[in-house]
Write a protein of this length. Structure first.
Length: 586
């Protein structure tokens, strides 16, 4: 990397930490820290949810699939957009109407304390999984950071920054701004990171197309079947299944539920989901092109490194630093969201209720920050340990297709059903885990059931279509169990009434919040600062036009947020006037 790249990275990290410190003084209660006081604008929640789905894993896993198989990576990414549309239609507004503070509170009311404790501690244990996204980022970035021999942080085998040290350094940065600014810092930095990512990749695509000779030349040189919407191992059955996986994840994963709860109204929650849908129905064409085109340039490259190698091939000094920042941003958004959500659950549901029921608001904020640090350390441990146990792609796809739906579906089903009770959760988990183990290990290669003659046809089917088998188990087994309990139950579950009583209580107490324009102000200022940085870099770069274009794009985005500030202020003023008593209006 050039000194200009290092400058860009340093300035950006300072900006992230400054945002966290700026919002630290606004953390007056646990609601501020973990629910943004229900004042988040819908566009902020939507972009944040989008970035929470996005991570360095997108570059490593799906970027690797794009390099290996081509257009199917775009097809899979589009599934997230379709899933978001249905999640917005059926789940987002429903969650916001409940008026609860978190998904954990819903579990406690709807299924009782045993289910609440299981879900909470299991999900907190699984925070270690998010260390894999940190590892994926470190794997891409370390080859770009050579260090001298004898340096404490050097990997002796490569002469570059050690992956383990990179995981720790990057993890500390993410934990720091999440601890300081709570959910507000997460939402704001997610949105800032979205624009940085858009800018960086938006620069890569035209440059790498130019290098390969244009779009026509790329399509002519692409391997056979490279531009088809499916590929071996990623059939239409898998594609449709992934739509359901995305929909259930957006409707039932706690980090996304938090995005539905932090906005002022159910309508805002739906709008945020539809924005997520629009972004994921358009941007994958941009995200996945660099590794696809790089396949034509370097057919024998490491698929997991293809994305960063494509960027390195065409970006000028300074823009490599921006691309590194963009990839860090994608990872940071996912990890910071999870840390905030689960620190909130521990603070509100355990510390506040069981350990110190009389704790002050500031005491809860302090406790939340401590729990965020603890979870951050646990996550960084996962970044170092898990990659030594199995490949990142294997773990990521298996968790998303098998384990995830068995946890999401009972929660989503219970949003609508009066009949299912807590026993449905346990049987759903038991059947899903047993079937998952049988499919993955019983009928896999050298599996303990594969040699049974009567199961030879099933063994061949599963081994020839492993990903489709994972999705079938992950989706259909939980649905079958839940449908059985729904049809066999004749009475309304007692926990359903507990939920309705709580919802009625909250609806009487809740005062609709005004949408704050503070996020738009922070975004306008941050993007303007980055625009000035890009313009300044143009004096030291050979490709001045690229950096000047980047600066203009950032200024344009800053102007958009200035317009949002203006219209939000007018809307709030009108609401304040309409909410006044009639005699005051007169």
């Amino acid at each position: 990397m050039e000194p200009l790249d290092i400058t860009v990275i340093a300035v950006y990290f300072v900006l992230l930490l400054a945002i966290g410190v700026f919002f630290s003084n606004k953390m007056k209660s646990s609601s501020d820290m973990f629910a943004a006081g229900r004042q988040s604008p819908w566009w902020l929640s939507g972009i944040s949810a989008y970035m929470t789905m996005f991570s360095a894993g997108t570059f490593v896993v799906w970027g690797g699939i794009a390099y290996d198989h081509g257009f199917v990576a775009i097809t899979i990414a589009l599934c997230n957009g379709v899933g978001a549309f249905f999640a917005g239609m059926f789940f987002a507004g429903k969650w916001r109407k409940l008026g609860l503070n978190s998904a954990a509170e819903f579990i406690n009311l709807r299924f009782g304390k045993a289910a609440f404790h299981f879900f909470t501690w299991f999900k907190i244990f699984m925070v270690i999984m998010y260390g894999l996204t940190l590892y994926a980022l470190a794997v891409m970035l370390c080859p770009l950071i050579p260090l001298g021999e004898g340096n404490l942080l050097v990997d002796s085998a490569t002469g570059c920054l050690s992956v383990d040290w990179a995981c720790l350094i990057l993890g500390v940065i993410i934990v720091t701004y999440t601890v300081c600014g709570g959910l507000w810092a997460v939402l704001i930095t997610d949105t800032l990171q979205f624009f940085v990512l858009l800018l960086a990749v938006g620069m890569v695509v035209p440059l790498i197309l130019k290098k390969v000779g244009g779009l026509g030349e790329f399509t002519a040189l692409a391997p056979e079947g490279f531009l088809r919407p499916t590929a071996p191992g990623y059939s239409w059955y898998f594609i449709v299944g992934w739509v359901f996986t995305a929909m259930f994840g957006l409707g039932g994963e706690w980090a996304f539920i938090q995005r539905h709860l932090c906005v002022p109204t159910p309508r805002d929650a739906k709008k945020a989901c539809y924005l997520f849908c629009g972004l994921y129905m358009t941007t994958p064409f941009l995200w996945m092109l660099p590794p696809m085109i790089y396949r034509v340039i370097a057919p024998d490259a490491d698929a997991e490194q293809a994305y960063i190698l494509a960027c390195k091939e065409v970006l000028p000094a300074g823009m490599i630093g921006l691309m590194i920042v963009a990839m860090f941003s994608a990872t940071a958004s996912t990890i910071s969201s999870m840390l905030n959500v689960f620190a909130g659950v521990i603070t509100d549901s355990f510390y506040s209720n069981l350990i110190r029921p009389k704790s002050s608001k500031r005491g809860l904020v302090a406790a939340g920050r401590i729990f965020t640090v603890v979870l951050g350390i646990w996550m960084m441990a996962g970044a170092i340990i898990l990659p030594r146990l199995a490949s990142y792609r294997f773990i990521a796809i298996m968790y998303a297709s098998i384990i995830g739906p068995s946890l999401f579906l009972p929660t989503i089903w219970a949003l609508w059903s009066k009949r299912i009770s807590k026993s449905a959760i346990w049987w759903t988990l038991i059947f899903s885990i047993v079937c998952g183990v049988m499919v993955k290990f019983g009928f896999g290669e050298n599996g303990f059931l594969a040699s049974i003659a009567g199961f030879s046809w099933l063994t061949a089917l599963i081994q020839n279509h492993p990903r489709e088998a994972d999705l079938s188990i992950g989706i259909f087994v939980p649905l079958f169990v839940l449908a059985f309990f729904e049809l066999s139950s004749r009475k309304t579950s007692p926990e359903w009434q507990n939920l309705q009583n709580a919802v009625d209580k909250y609806s009487k107490m809740e005062v609709p919040a005004l949408v704050t324009n503070l996020p738009a102000k922070v975004m306008a200022a941050s993007l303007a600062l980055l625009a000035v940085l890009m313009a300044g870099m143009s004096f030291f770069s050979d490709q001045k036009n690229v950096l000047i274009a980047a600066s203009i794009m950032l200024l344009f985005c800053s102007a958009i947020f200035m317009a949002i500030i203006y219209f939000t202020s007018r809307k709030n003023d009108k609401k304040l006037i309409d909410d006044k008593p009639d005699d005051e209006n007169k």
